[in-house]
Design a protein. Structure first.
Length: 235
C-alpha cells in the first residue's frame, strides 16, 4: 500500500510541475518575443511484465515477455519551443522583428544575452536599449547610439545560438553562431508563440489527472488505516 501512495504522489508532483509551466506560458501569452516551454518526462522504476503458463506434462513453466510497466515518471528536461510567433505591425520605428531564426544581441552589465523581443526604446543617454534597459549591440558588439531611426536596421546584430538556454522570460544564453542571411522588419514585433487554447486544454487535463491521483492517495491511506486497525484487533 505504501507503494501505491508513493507512485500516486510522484504523479501528483509531475502534474504540479505541468501546471506551473502551463500557467507561466499562459501568463506570458502577450509577452513580446516569449517562447513557450514544454516538459519532457522519462519513466522511473520501469519493470518488465511476464506471463507464466504451467506445462505439467513437460515438467516446466512457459514464460513469455508481455511488455513493460512504467510505474512512475520524473521530469527529464524543460524544452523551449522556438517556433516563430505572429509578426505584428506596430508602425513604431523602434520596434523590430526577426523574420525566421536568430536572436538580437544585448548587453546587461557587461554580459551578453540574446532575445527575440525587439520592442526597443531610446535610453536617457541616447542608446538603443531593450524594455528592461539592456543595451542593444551592433555588428561590432558595440552599443548603438541612435541618431537616425531609419538607419538602425542596418546596424543591429543578429546571430544564431548553439544550445540556447532560457534566462528569465525572453532572454537566452548560448554559443554564438554567425548568421549571414537574415531579415529584420522595422515597425514590427514578434508576438508570443503560446497557443492559449491548447495550453488551457492541457491545464484542464493536468488538473483532472491530479484530482484522480489525489483520490487514489486518499483511498490507499484509508486502506492502510483499516489494515493497521485490523492487525491491532487480532491481539
Amino acid at each position: 500500500m505504501y507503494k501505491g501512495v508513493y507512485l500516486a504522489s510522484m504523479g501528483m508532483l509531475a502534474d504540479i510541475t505541468k501546471l506551473d509551466t502551463l500557467s507561466n506560458n499562459i501568463s506570458n501569452a502577450e509577452t513580446i518575443g516569449y517562447k513557450a516551454d514544454n516538459l519532457a518526462f522519462k519513466t522511473y522504476l520501469e519493470k518488465r511484465l511476464h506471463s507464466f503458463k504451467p506445462m505439467p506434462q513437460e515438467k516446466k513453466v512457459e514464460i513469455k515477455d508481455i511488455g513493460k510497466f512504467e510505474q512512475a515518471v520524473i521530469l527529464d528536461e524543460v524544452k523551449t519551443d522556438f517556433s516563430q510567433g505572429n509578426i505584428e505591425h506596430t508602425e513604431n520605428m523602434l520596434d523590430f522583428a526577426i523574420d525566421g531564426s536568430g536572436f538580437f544581441v544585448v548587453e546587461k552589465n557587461g554580459e551578453k544575452l540574446y532575445t527575440r523581443a525587439g520592442n526597443f526604446k531610446i535610453s536617457s543617454d541616447g542608446f538603443l536599449v531593450t524594455s528592461e534597459g539592456y543595451y542593444v549591440l551592433d555588428k561590432n558588439d558595440q552599443r548603438i547610439k541612435v541618431s537616425d531611426k531609419s538607419d538602425l536596421i542596418n546596424n543591429i546584430k543578429v546571430v544564431d545560438l548553439d544550445n540556447p538556454r532560457k534566462i528569465g522570460y525572453t532572454y537566452y544564453k548560448g554559443q554564438e553562431i554567425e548568421k549571414e542571411n537574415f531579415r529584420i522588419l522595422q515597425g514590427y514585433v514578434e508576438k508570443s508563440n503560446v497557443n492559449i487554447v491548447k495550453e488551457m486544454v492541457k491545464m484542464i487535463e493536468a488538473n483532472r489527472h491530479y484530482e484522480v491521483l489525489s483520490k487514489a492517495v486518499t483511498v490507499h491511506d484509508e486502506l492502510l488505516n483499516k489494515s493497521i486497525n485490523s492487525a491491532g484487533n487480532l491481539k
